[in-house]
Design a protein around this ligand. Structure first.
Ligand code: NAP
Length: 496
């Protein structure tokens, strides 16, 4: 019989696994022994329990991370690289267990979940390579007559401790996009995953432990963000907060965190501009992929499609044909593309936005109904800017079509949003593609493709209410290190 490597991280409660937290190199229960339930959105059943950390638990984690700083920053980069590589290998070895848990705690269709686990492992591998890429620059002073005898060595140093607070929608991948570069740079890391689905990250902490992460260098704490969040965010020994989540929580963190580096990846309302000259087949398929993957529960989801009137009827006709392929059902089944939303509040919000749009004159062409947490893939045509769904984050499987007179009107509406995370345009006109690429006020503009940020190859992040800072290979590393300058004065002068 093979050994269950996850055995040390859990016990049992009411017949279900009770997961522990990984603090100071040990698997522990919350000080008060308080726990919370994690349930499966597809059927409402409790699948596990997790620890509700107290302030004392959080304090212990911060102290341990602080004590581990020196050791980790002095560890050779090549050794940090080995740990990240090993964690990636372990993750892939146990990928089926991770896939099963993510489906159960998130309701995510299996095809999307498999992609998430694979992307997370790849991101760990990229970060292990990045350990070797931490370099600065050398600056000569002889540009100035007063500094001819000086030169500076500008090096990049770890910040100290990075606090990673992560959302429910890509529970493994988003957390690893923070943890891996932070660790690669030599920072100790505390991760606080979303309470809706923390189990996959608790399991990942075991991967880091088995990969050889030194005591205190990586810790995993669970429990309500509103309970321990403020304490952690505020703590002077946290050097940086890397947060992904809603704009409201992000703004709260920014207000209370004090003198810390912050990186915020927040909400979005991605526009897709579809022009008369586009390749209709590509535009329709990409718009549906962008709007419906993981039931639209993505910050980069396409949630308003601005279609030029010359092609609007054909676009809608094709959307209605194509949307039939988006099968709703059991997320464990291979052919399911639409699973449940994460919770009741989420489904009520989506329905509220859909009903508001219908009330103000939008045409419901498909879907618009729900049962349990399953919301049908929905098409709303003739949405106008006065409807809430044109502006508020939907986070549901709704294809929202706004008909526009021309390209300039599309750019204007796209840029009027408070959000600025992602945008895309479908056109065969290179001039308009370039123009939109430059003028759309979003962190990333994709041409003839829906937004997608799986591996972090390209820098990703938002402007306006969508956040501060950029994530991605190299970019995360730059955000998670500080510039340290050493100036040399040359005192030796060779005899002439
Ligand atoms: P959320 O409600 O803001 O929660 C995100 C995280 O913040 C959770 O771990 C949560 O813990 C924690 N939290 C809550 N209150 C806190 C506080 N006072 N202090 C510190 N932490 C606190 O977001 P969500 O519903 O999980 O995720 C959906 C949102 O994330 C959407 O708005 C989406 O657009 C955004 N998102 C953005 C990106 C991006 O890259 N820009 C990517 C993915 C998602 P609890 O779960 O315990 O409350």
């Amino acid at each position: 019989m093979t050994k269950d490597i996850f055995a040390p991280i859990k016990s049992k409660k009411k017949g279900k696994p009770l997961y522990k937290m990984f603090i100071d190199g040990q698997w522990i229960e919350a000080k008060t022994k308080e726990t919370f339930e994690v349930s499966n959105p597809a059927n409402g059943k409790t699948i596990a329990h997790a620890q509700t950390a107290t302030i004392d638990d959080a304090r212990k984690a911060v102290k341990s991370a602080f004590d581990a700083r020196k050791g980790l920053s002095e560890m050779y980069a090549v050794d940090r690289a080995k740990i990240l590589k090993k964690a990636a290998e372990l993750l892939m070895e146990h990928k089926d267990e991770f896939v099963d848990v993510i489906i159960a705690e998130s309701g995510k269709p299996v095809s999307v979940t498999e992609g998430e686990v694979k992307a997370a492992a790849e991101r760990l591998m990229y970060s292990s390579e990045e350990c070797k890429d931490i370099y600065g620059e050398e600056i000569r002073g002889d540009m100035s007559p007063h500094k001819t005898d000086k030169f500076a060595m500008v090096i990049r140093q770890p910040l100290g401790t990075v606090l990673a607070i992560t959302p429910f929608n890509y529970p493994l991948h988003i957390a690893i996009c923070k943890i891996a570069p932070a660790f690669a740079a030599g920072n100790t890391v505390i991760c606080k995953p979303a309470s809706k689905n923390p189990i996959c990250m608790i399991m990942f902490a075991r991967m880091m432990e088995l990969a050889g992460a030194p005591k205190g260098s990586f810790q995993l704490i669970t429990g309500g963000g509103s309970g321990i969040g403020d304490f952690l965010v505020n703590h002077p020994n946290i050097s940086m907060i890397s947060f992904t989540g809603s704009t409201s929580v992000g703004k709260h963190i920014a207000q209370i965190c004090g003198m810390k580096k912050i990186h915020l990846e927040l909400g979005g309302k991605a526009p897709a501009i579809v022009l008369n000259d586009c390749n209709l087949d590509i535009a329709v398929k990409e718009c549906l992929k962008g709007a419906l993957t993981f039931s639209g529960q993505r910050c980069d989801a396409i949630s308003r499609i601005l279609v030029e009137k010359g092609i609007a009827d054909d676009f809608v006709k094709s959307v209605l044909k194509e949307i039939k392929k988006w099968k709703m059902g059991d997320p464990k089944k291979k052919d399911t593309l639409i699973g449940p939303l994460i919770e009741k509040k989420a489904i009520e919000k989506v329905d509220e936005l859909v009903q508001d749009a219908i009330h103000w004159g939008a045409k419901l062409l498909s879907g618009g109904r729900y049962e349990g947490l399953f919301y049908e893939p929905t098409v709303l045509d003739r949405v106008t800017p006065k409807m809430r769904i044109a502006w508020e984050e939907t986070f549901g499987p709704v294809v929202t079509i706004i008909r526009v007179d021309n390209y300039e009107e599309a750019i204007k509406i796209a840029n009027e949003s408070d959000y600025g995370l992602d945008a895309c345009i479908f056109t065969t006109d290179i001039d308009k593609a370039m123009d939109a690429g430059m003028r759309l006020e979003d962190g990333t503009v994709s041409i003839n493709a829906s937004p997608s940020h799986g591996l972090g190859l390209f820098p990703f992040g938002g402007d306006k209410d969508s956040g501060i800072g950029r994530e991605g290979i190299r970019h995360s590393l730059l955000e998670m290190t500080k510039v340290h300058t050493v100036i040399f004065r040359k005192t030796y002068k060779p005899e002439k």
